[in-house]
Write a protein that binds this ligand. Structure first.
Ligand code: BES
Ligand code: MN
Ligand code: ZN
Length: 501
């Protein structure tokens, strides 16, 4: 989507499929929005059709149909807007525009947009308005034979009547750029996650990664099953060997400073489909397991945004990718495997496969120089029992590190909540025959799963994000659609940008 701003010219000089007017409750009651609209607005309010409530939208034919055939009225309530409100307002506007199959939008903003926001920061305002448009405009790709006319929003202009000062204009440009990077990165993650399992196997995920890397000239490495075996990545090899679609270890590096130092490791679980393997899952809902590479999609989205924003940081992204299948060749409960770290793992449940592939990825990220690590994974059903689809669960060995990430999540509106990592939980992972076992059995499964991964962080500061509840929704909520959400792309980016030197 092409997004820009315009100010200081008459609205009549612009043209688009839809004009969006942002209105407060008092303006709808007829307190002088504009002579063209006042009567209509008062009537809509009286009829209870549109009252200007926050996130309310109303579609109607324009008073000046030659420039703008359709108008969307968007409510902004009566109070000052928080960034979360602003983002969702923008997403609601985009959803209304998608319903109309509009391709181009002009969004008329109240003069001095900042006065009606809590933060009063132009860059943030421009950022979240832009991001909201992108998040709300998302439509899942479909595979129907008869494609209905499939319009996507291709351009949007934020229009302000009063001429902006140069410095203020630069802030708008900067905010739009950032919002666009955050938004597009999230859409990329959603698109990858929503691809059916037969159309995205580990080799396909690797192709998607190489595409992103090549676009920005990032060094990329893809290990195939032979190299995975040769290097001693016993975890990824074991999980992948039950499938005819072999595993891949995918690495992309982003170097934003002169020296490859202070490297941040970003690791995403890339199980392209999770049947559970020999410890087979039950059938109802298994189709949602196409989203078991949601963590991988998130870190790929982040890399795409780094390519656009090029901050002064260093990142190594690692994706262990496999398809967890059952077959004559599949790994089994009771197997003991040797991970890249040299630690042996007793397999108790082949459905606890994510932590097994992530173990090798953490060790590998360290080999590539990572000094701090964040892993993101659709790891446990248990995190859904604890936090529903409302918050992402976090496990860490470094409270201060997690506080930084939580601060970032407050800005992006993505809920993040810590799970307590008491040593009792770690003891539940002891094995008699190996260094560790892959399933603890019993309660606290989201925590024991996290702590299993944490073992492979060695002494590095580490955060684990369990997005099993938040990566894939059963119905639309807030800025997120049904299906893949691209959750945590924006939070990770917000934190990464805060680390720039
Ligand atoms: N991919 C699943 C977790 C999951 C569940 C993601 C629901 C999204 C929605 C993971 O590999 C898994 O199967 N975890 C098991 C672990 C158990 C066997 C210890 C679980 O949570 O049931
Ligand atoms: Mn599983
Ligand atoms: Zn899984």
């Amino acid at each position: 989507m092409n997004i820009g701003w315009s100010s200081g010219i008459p609205l009549s000089e612009l043209k688009s499929d839809v004009l969006i007017l942002i209105l407060s409750e008092s303006e709808v009651k007829g307190e002088g929005f504009s002579p063209d609209w006042d009567g209509t607005l008062r009537r809509l309010g009286e009829l209870g059709l549109f009252e200007g409530k926050l996130h309310q939208t109303y579609i109607l034919p324009s008073v000046n149909p030659s420039a703008f055939p359709v108008t969307i009225l968007a409510g902004r309530g009566g109070q000052e807007l928080r960034t979360d409100d602003l983002r969702l307002m923008s997403a609601s506007i985009a959803r209304a525009a998608v319903k109309l199959k509009a391709e181009s939008l002009v969004v008329q903003l109240p003069s001095e947009m900042n006065i009606i926001t809590v933060e009063k920061d132009t860059v943030t305002t421009a950022h979240v308005l832009t991001e909201g448009l992108l998040l709300g405009s998302y439509v899942r790709k479909h595979y129907k034979r008869e494609q209905p006319p499939y319009a996507v929003i291709s351009s949007a202009v934020f229009y302000m009547k009063e001429q902006l000062e140069a410095a203020e204009g630069e802030r708008w440009t900067k905010g739009i750029e950032k919002g666009q990077a955050f938004g597009e990165a999230t859409l990329l993650a959603r698109n990858l996650t929503n691809i059916p399992g037969n159309l995205l196997v580990p080799a396909d995920l690797a192709v998607a990664a190489v595409e992103i890397a090549d676009k920005y000239g990032f060094p990329v490495e893809v290990l195939d099953e032979r190299e995975i075996g040769q290097k001693g990545m016993g975890g990824l090899l074991a999980v992948g060997k039950g499938s005819v679609n072999p595993p891949r270890m995918i690495v992309i590096r982003y170097q934003g400073t002169g020296h490859w130092a202070n490297v941040i490791g970003l690791i995403g679980k890339g199980i392209t489909f999770d049947t559970g393997g020999v410890s087979l899952k039950r059938a109802p809902g298994m189709e949602d397991m196409i989203s078991d590479m949601g963590g991988a999609a998130a870190v790929l989205g982040v890399m795409e945004a780094l390519g656009r924003l090029h901050p002064r940081i260093n990142v190594v992204m690692v994706i262990p990718s496999a398809e967890n299948m059952l077959s004559a060749n599949a790994f089994k409960p009771g197997d003991v495997i040797t991970s890249l770290s040299g630690r042996t793992i007793e397999i108790l449940n082949t459905d606890a496969e994510g932590r097994v592939v992530l173990a090798d990825a953490l060790t590998y990220a360290r080999e590539w120089g990572a000094e701090r690590i964040i892993d993101i994974a659709t790891l446990t059903g248990a995190v859904r029992s604890a936090l529903g689809d409302v918050a992402t669960g976090a496990v860490t060995n470094d409270e201060a590190f997690l506080q930084e990430l939580t601060a970032a999540s407050r800005k992006t509106g993505e809920n993040l909540w810590p799970l307590p990592a008491y040593p009792e939980f770690k003891n539940m992972l002891k094995s008699e025959v190996a260094d560790i076992r892959n399933a603890a059995g019993g309660s606290g499964a989201a925590i024991t799963a996290g702590l299993f991964i944490g073992t492979f962080a060695e002494e590095m500061p580490w955060i684990h994000l369990d997005i099993a509840g938040t990566a894939f929704l059963s119905k639309e909520r807030g800025v997120n659609p049904k299906g893949a959400t691209g959750v945590m792309v924006r939070t990770l980016l917000e934190w990464l940008l805060s680390q720039a030197v």
